[in-house]
Design a protein around this ligand. Structure first.
Ligand SMILES: Cc1cc2nc3c(=O)[nH]c(=O)nc-3n(C[C@H](O)[C@H](O)[C@H](O)COP(=O)(O)OP(=O)(O)OC[C@H]3O[C@@H](n4cnc5c(N)ncnc54)[C@H](O)[C@@H]3O)c2cc1C
Length: 383
């Protein structure tokens, strides 16, 4: 095995131990302390998790997507709240800079992001522009020396923690769709930027989501991502291709945890004089979940490897996100069922993970939007 291969195997093993020894035992604290404890965040930074997908030249680990998903499979056996903090630095936030930033922008922001010193939020969604993101109405009007931003972004992950916001806004009001949209890098302390209260969610407590408002927020010319107007939406879509594979890996890791919880419980819980794992109807639920997990994992690994080889993967990335997140919901539901009444009470992890997992079918493109992308690519004869 190559030196690099050995290094990745070691990192996967380190993350596995970190998950079992530190992340899973501290899951209850995420909810009670409404956030990730500082010492765990520090340890995540030490392991390089904030910059694992960012280029080594800017302080990241420079992992391929294939290696990234291997880490994510392990990391996401723990509550997805941990992943949510590094999700935007490696994903939609950090990769916007990698794919679309100027050299100066990369030099300025990527090193602190990779170190975990600067959290990034990605601001695309608005109250009236969700799945139809290209209809967004936030505006960026050219003024002397920069742009003036106005508008409110909805459901922004990590907004209270963020040091940097990647903001999609319309620079050309005469262009109603994607072509009129540009991306901006807005620092958290910029006058005119304000963050709303934390939105109370069904699950993933401890991961923060809030509205972000820009009111006559003046940013310099250098804040325009890539220095070119009209490219913002294209960058966002490219970033989301990788993001969908990453999210499918998150679902696959979480599915593994739920199956492990269900299997352990089925072996230990006795009814009718024997462990419930001995009943074939319980075995069917376990077997269906294991099969769907293997299918999801195989799809994600294959698509990540194809993406690393430069193949077009838009359709397959959507297939992965669609299948893995829908399978996760079925697996979470079975895990609760295997636990019977205990699956419905908060003392058991599956109750919390069931709620946490529901989000994955909604954000970064709903399942319906994935279906539309898959069919669109098929009809157009794409990858
Ligand atoms: C916790 C959380 C965190 C989030 N984080 C971020 C973030 O960091 N940054 C960000 O920009 N956004 C973020 N989002 C927003 C998220 O991406 C959107 O909620 C999602 O894209 C769906 O948009 P919507 O909620 O407006 O639903 P809608 O678009 O209003 O959809 C409602 C329903 O209609 C369906 N639908 C819509 N259009 C079609 C169609 N053409 N055909 C068939 N069905 C359709 C949808 O699938 C869905 O079932 C987050 C959301 C949540 C809940």
């Amino acid at each position: 095995m190559s030196e690099e291969g050995e290094m990745i195997d070691l990192m996967v093993e380190t993350v596995r131990r970190f998950v079992d020894k530190e992340l899973i035992p501290n899951e209850q604290r995420l909810e009670s302390e409404d956030g990730i404890p500082a010492e765990i965040q520090a340890r995540m930074a030490e392991l390089g998790l904030f910059g694992m997908a960012l280029p080594a030249a800017y302080g990241g680990l420079g992992l391929s997507l294939f290696d990234e998903v291997r880490i994510v499979f392990e990391l996401c056996r723990a509550s997805p709240v941990y992943r949510s903090l590094i999700g935007t630095t490696n994903g939609v936030g950090g990769k916007s800079l990698v794919f679309g930033g100027t050299e100066e922008q990369k030099q300025r922001y990527l090193p602190p992001i990779a170190r975990g010193d600067m959290i990034v939020s990605f601001c695309l969604t608005e109250a009236d522009a969700g799945s139809d993101a290209a209809s967004l109405r936030s505006s960026a009007v050219k003024v002397k020396g920069g742009y003036q931003l106005n508008g409110t972004k909805r459901f922004i992950s990590n907004a209270p923690e963020a040091g940097l916001f990647v903001v999609m806004a319309r620079t050309d009001a005469s262009q109603p769709g994607a072509a009129g949209i540009s991306a901006f890098l807005v620092e958290a302390d910029q006058a005119g930027l304000s963050i709303g209260p934390n939105i109370n969610k069904m699950g993933q407590k401890g991961a923060h989501t809030a509205d972000v408002t820009f009111q006559d927020c003046l940013v310099p010319d250098g804040a325009l991502l890539g220095g070119e107007e009209g490219t913002g939406f294209k960058i966002a879509m490219k970033v989301l291709d990788d993001g969908r594979i990453h999210m499918a890996a998150v679902a696959t890791g979480l599915a593994r945890r739920l199956i492990d919880e269900a299997l352990a419980y089925a072996k230990e819980r006795h009814q009718f004089g024997k462990p419930i794992a001995g009943f074939q109807l319980i075995q069917a639920m376990l077997a269906d979940s294991e099969t769907e997990h293997l299918a999801a994992r195989s799809m994600v690994e294959r698509t990540a490897a194809r993406r690393d080889s430069g193949a077009p993967i838009t359709k397959d990335a959507s297939c992965c996100k669609y299948f893995a997140t829908e399978a996760l919901s079925r697996i979470a539901d079975r895990a609760v069922q295997v636990h019977g009444g205990y699956g419905y009470v908060a003392e058991y992890a599956v109750e919390r993970l069931y709620r946490d997992s529901r989000l994955l079918r909604i954000f970064e493109g709903t399942s319906q939007i994935q279906q539309l992308v898959i069919a669109r690519e098929m009809i157009a004869g794409g990858n």
